[in-house]
Design a protein. Sequence first.
Length: 234
Amino acid sequence: MSQLVLRDRLQKGIYSIIDPVVRGLVKIGVTPNFITTTGLVLNIGVAIVFIVGAEEGNRGDLRYVGWAGGLILFAGLFDMLDGQVARVGNMSSRFGALYDSVLDRYSEMFMFLGICYYLVAHHYFLSSLFAFIALIGSMMVSYTRARSEGLGVQNKGGLMQRPERVVLTAVSAIACGVTASVIGGDYKLTVPGIPFHVFETMSVFTIPITVMAVLTNLTAIKRLVDAKKALDNL
């Protein structure tokens, strides 16, 4: 089964679950743009949680990471709801699609702003660098698709599209907070002969971010290559 087929099936399964919510929102007159705006506000809240955690928490206090992860996951639901409400309620428009795309980019940038601020404040400098690289990759994944489609080429392939990025960030942040409550936020794993620890509690969050930094940029490059092939065949 190809990646796109699997992704489409998962997406359809999720849509079937949230369909009653979508129809309820349409019935009471909630607009797609309102849902999109709410998603942005929630992601600004994510940034605030990380910033407060950076200012008020200490390096071993990872509760804020877990709380931010929960809010990221909740905000991510609005990414699915706005498009479905637009389709089910027959409220789709070209401006609505543009508004959704623009606010999605702002949402992601606010989220990474909070992550980078938190990591820098608690001296995870290498991890903050990878978080910034993940932000670059995330923006380029979206840009290569938008620019390709502007040239008449459909370009949706590759890993780490926005839903995958949201889920990976949210789940890893929640898992980090839960892990800290079990083994402690200051846990470090050392290996004899290696002068530095090879794992710490925060790694539950920072390792997936590092993976995202690699995969998002690989996805952007893949889309660029795919676009070139498609344009050469026009």
